[in-house]
Every structure is written in C-alpha cells, then in structure tokens.
Write a protein that binds this ligand. Structure first.
Ligand SMILES: *Cc1c(COP(=O)(O)O)cnc(C)c1O
Length: 413
C-alpha cells in the first residue's frame, strides 16, 4: 500500500514546505484551546465517579451536569447542554430554533440559504410535518454580499419588529460562499443587539469548533453543533450540544425534554466517559483535521484546481472544497479517500439520494463512527461544479496518505 509515484512524493514534500507557517498557526490555536479545556476539567473537578451514568429519568446525574458546565466553560458561555440524546446536528439546531421561536414570529437567516438538511425543518406553510412554518413561523433569508453579511438589509429587517431570531451559519456547508470568522460573526451579533436586544442571535457552529482560539459568543444567545463533528473529538459516538446564555439554554432544555423540567432529566447510560474523553481530545483532533485541509488545499491548488479556502486564508472551519468540474473527477477523489480509510477501505462510494439533501450525494467515509465528518471524509452533491467537500482527519499522516492516494486515482482515471 501507499507506494506512490516519485512525482507524488516530490509534490507532497514541496507542499509541506509551502504550508509550514499555516501548520504552526494551527498548533498555536490548539495550544490555546487545549489549555482552556484542561482548565475547565480541573476547575469543575471532573472525577472518574462522573463517568458512571444513570438510567431511567436520569435525575441528579452529576456526570451529565458537570459535563454541561465543562462545555460552558470551554465555549465561553453561561450555560450548555452537551448530550448524546440529540440525534444529529440538524436535530440540535431544530431544537434551538423551536425553543426560541413562537407562532407568528420571524426567523431570518442572514448568511443565505442554510445547510440542506435544515430546509425541511424550516418547511412550508401547511406542509403538515410539524416544521417551523407548519407552526406559523415566518421565514426569510438574506444572501451574503461580497462574502459578508449584508448589514444594510439586515438592519432594515431588524428594525421592522417582524424578526425574533437572526440565524447565522459559520461554515459554508455545501455552498460556494466563504465561511465566516468568529470576529465577523460577533460583529453581526452585536449589530443585531444594538438595534434590538430582544432579538435572539443563533449560530449554527457546525464544523467551526476549536478552529479558532475562541468561539463566537459576544452578542450571541445560542450556539449549536454536532458531536460527530469537531467537539466529539472522533470519540463521541453521537449527540449534539447547545451553548449560550442561561435563558436561551433553559428554553432549549425545555424544548429538548419537557417544559418546566428541562436539563434535570435525561439518562446518560454508558455514554459519559466517551463524551468527556472526546471533548478533551477535540482541540488536538481538530488541529489534525485543519492540517489535513490545509495540505489538501495547497496540493489541489498546485494541481490547478479551484479550492476554497486557499491555504493562506485564515481558517474558521475544517472544510475544504475543491471544484472538480466533472462527475467522474468527484467520484475518483471520493474513491481514493475511501480506499485509504481505516474502516471499509474495500467499499466503493456511489452517488445516491440522501434524506434531507436536494440532489444525489456521493460520500466517502471509512469511519469508526457512522457518518462522522471529523474523521476524514469526502463528499459532494452531484451537481455542477461537482465540488468535492473534504473534511476531517483524526491524524494528519493518515490524511496525507489518503489525499495523495486520491490524487493519484484522479490522475489515473
Ligand atoms: C453538518 C452540518 C449540519 C447538520 O448536521 P447533521 O449532523 O448532519 O444533521 C448543519 N449545518 C452545518 C453547517 C453543518 O456542517
């Protein structure tokens, strides 16, 4: 395995030299976040007795409550819910939106069309599914203007009294817009609050956690993300988190379980040890994933592809997109990544319809955790420009081998 051509090794070495400064920056961020993580564990007195777990209602689950406060400390928020009971990132986000909105209220996405899986959760009036629209929530979105939130339009809408939640998506997801940095997100949040402090600001933080020194919290009411992405550290086998103000997190807890009971119930079974361990590992694992993305970005750029972001751009998420401009090139890259995965290396990815996505999707994922995208994975919707989205990587060296394998397959096919 991995007997690459001479030219491949030479290109890899050249690329590694070119990206040295970006790797140093990724290590610097990791050091800052890991220090905060360790501090949070110590300050909260995490003990092996917190790993025991509960059954039934899960009343007085000390391990669960301490984990919530460790998460709040790390995210820099007043409060958090860090739970295996969230079924996915989309579920977590949906709980947050239903928690903050009431019939007749308005939800405004200020970063353009949200991630595909949210379209059905937002829904259409009278769709009968129990979507936000079905419950009488009005929806509107404002597209980015030159890669930035359009503050003029956002300001107008915030003055109208018709908007109760402004939602911002940090990562680009399956779109060709840039991802938004923590600094930019906080500026927008503070802008909204300066117009009307009663408007809730919600951030879909998926793929962004621990890529920068801090998370977007100033002016923000609630953050959401998935535990099979960054904050699960590749160890959590499922779940999601919400972090934010005491008030917003309490509303979300009332929605996630029962109004009036909220975070006081929710059994943890045998899940706590892996959630603590995964979270503890997350800064290091995210650093490996960031390095994988930087390496692939420069490598594919050296091959003449259009990549987003370029390796010199400041990163705020673990995603890399490569426009392949052909269905077969997209498939070759996915096949190469799959063939170099630790799990299911023998499988061949084939494009197929996916629940929640508007077009067929091809996915390479040889992961320990099904569907995990903090593990090296590559996928893309089968529509022009046949963009390959590459993300994750539990350790950089394994990612490097997979990326070089994908490159050789692309050149061969
Ligand atoms: C992954 C993702 C989601 C949805 O998470 P799932 O766990 O796939 O449901 C939402 N928004 C963004 C930006 C994401 O990357």
């Amino acid at each position: 395995m991995f007997n690459f051509k001479e030219e491949t090794e030479v290109l890899s070495e050249k690329t590694l030299v070119e990206i040295k400064a970006q790797f140093d920056e990724a290590e610097r961020v990791k050091a800052v976040v890991q220090r905060r993580m360790l501090t949070a564990f110590i300050e909260n007195g995490v003990s092996s007795s917190h790993f025991g777990g509960t059954t039934g209602y899960g009343y007085d689950d000390r391990g669960r409550d301490v984990l919530d406060s460790v998460a709040a400390r790390v995210f820099g928020t007043e409060s958090a819910l860090f739970r295996h009971t969230f079924a996915s990132g989309t579920h977590t986000i949906t709980v947050a939106l239903f928690a903050l909105l009431r019939p007749g209220d308005g939800l405004l996405y200020a970063t353009g069309t949200p991630y595909d899986t949210l379209h059905k959760a937002i829904g259409k009036k009278g769709d009968g599914t129990g979507s936000l629209a079905d419950f009488g929530v009005n929806y509107e979105e404002i597209g980015l203007l030159n890669g930035e939130v359009d503050l003029e339009k956002l300001g107008e809408r915030c003055h109208s009294g018709e908007v109760q939640v402004v939602a911002l998506q940090r990562s680009c997801g399956y779109s060709d817009r840039p991802s938004l940095s923590v600094e930019k997100l906080e500026k927008v949040a503070q802008f909204v609050k300066s117009i009307d402090p009663k408007i809730y600001v919600f951030i879909d933080n998926c793929y962004g956690e621990f890529v920068e020194e801090k998370e977007p919290v100033t002016g923000v009411d609630l953050l959401a993300g998935s535990l099979i992405k960054n904050p699960g550290g590749g160890i959590a086998s499922g779940g999601g988190y919400l972090a934010g103000t005491k008030k917003a997190v309490e509303k979300a807890a009332f929605r996630a379980t029962v109004p009036g009971i909220g975070a006081e119930i929710g059994m943890t079974a045998h899940m706590l040890r892996e959630l603590y361990l995964g979270f503890y590992f997350a800064p290091g694992v995210v650093c490996e994933a960031v390095k994988s993305a930087i390496f692939a970005s420069r490598l594919f750029e050296n091959l003449g592809f259009t990549v987003r972001p370029n390796f010199t751009e400041k990163r705020t998420d673990i995603l890399l997109s490569v426009d392949t401009n052909s269905p077969s090139a997209l498939a070759s890259i996915c096949e190469g990544i799959q063939a170099a995965s630790p799990i299911d290396s023998f499988a061949t990815p084939i494009a197929a319809p996916m629940p929640g996505y508007d077009s067929d999707v091809i996915m390479a994922a040889g992961a320990f955790t099904s569907g995990s995208s903090i593990e090296l994975s590559c996928d893309g919707p089968m529509r022009p420009p046949y963009t390959a989205y590459l993300q994750g990587g539990l350790n950089f060296e394994a990612s490097r081998l997979a990326i070089l394998g994908a490159m050789e397959r692309l050149q061969r096919d």
